[in-house]
Design a protein around this ligand. Sequence first.
Ligand SMILES: Cc1cc2nc3c(=O)[nH]c(=O)nc-3n(C[C@H](O)[C@H](O)[C@H](O)COP(=O)(O)OP(=O)(O)OC[C@H]3O[C@@H](n4cnc5c(N)ncnc54)[C@H](O)[C@@H]3O)c2cc1C
Length: 305
Amino acid sequence: MYDLLVIGGGPAGYTAALSGARAGLRVALIEQLSPGGQMTETQQIDNYPGFDEGVDGFTLGFKMQAGAERFGAETVAAQVLSVDFTASPKRVVTDSGALFARAVVVATGATHRHLGLAEEAALLGKGVGYCAACDGMLFRGKTVAVVGGGNSAAADALLLSKLCKEVYLIHRRDTLRAEKVYHTPLAQAENIHFKWNATVKALLHGDKLTGVLLENKDGTEETLALDGLFISIGRTPVTSLFRGILDLDEEGYIIAGEDTKTNIPGVFAAGDVRKKPFRQIVTAAADGAVAAYFAEAYLAEQGEA
Ligand SMILES: Cc1cc2nc3c(=O)[nH]c(=O)nc-3n(C[C@H](O)[C@H](O)[C@H](O)COP(=O)(O)OP(=O)(O)OC[C@H]3O[C@@H](n4cnc5c(N)ncnc54)[C@H](O)[C@@H]3O)c2cc1C
């Protein structure tokens, strides 16, 4: 029996665990993989403060875990299979048993959609990326492409056009889904070139990505030499466990305000899983601290803290 259970061991979850444990709550964090969440997919994080030469995601994940455990938070290595937030105490069922707590922070994050190409995972960090805002600087002065046609692909192409020599925007249709506000700046950027009606058929590489093989709608193929490829075809929140339990928006993100409160008292949503405009490590960590603050207040109101 815990005061606070945290589901997910990314920056949001471990910050909630640190803040809760430091405030004297009995806290357990449930994580199915190694600590760090999506951070573990990148070798170089330059925009999390306190690391003057940057830090790799694994190191930062383990540091966040150690920081929370220093104050007594426990890590439970398990996968959450189902939840009952209407029970009192709240019940979280994992593949190694059920855990109970008076308050819960959901910090299950999000996953990037993948193209599903051979070697896509192996080339991550070796020319293939999913976050232009995070990794764009690594391609300063180089030639890159963005795959996608929505707002995030458009925003990524514009961001990269300010850093890179040439930027190709590869889209499987002949018009962008991105909002009109992006169209003029994209058309005006001299180093952005469109590859319409084209899909990436294969990733070309040695040790690193060297280019892509494109398949055009008419069946013809062409090779595009690249230093980097950013796959920007959307993200999926990890919320299937909470469907029908927590209020979700049309994309599946948990609806919770800046106070991280969900529709169920005592259940808080922190990090990328929450409906919000900007998803980064620092904003996930901020959410985790806010969630722990309101969880502590909720427990105090219940006379249980
Ligand atoms: C390749 C890449 C590079 C990035 N680079 C940067 C960068 O340089 N700077 C930056 O600010 N941001 C970067 N980001 C974004 C940043 O990593 C995310 O915004 C951040 O990790 C979100 O944190 P989170 O805690 O909300 O969720 P996540 O990091 O997604 O963590 C969620 C955790 O929940 C766990 N989980 C999910 N479901 C269950 C379950 N059922 N049971 C148990 N555990 C579960 C997952 O295993 C995961 O560990 C990058 C993202 C990617 C993919």
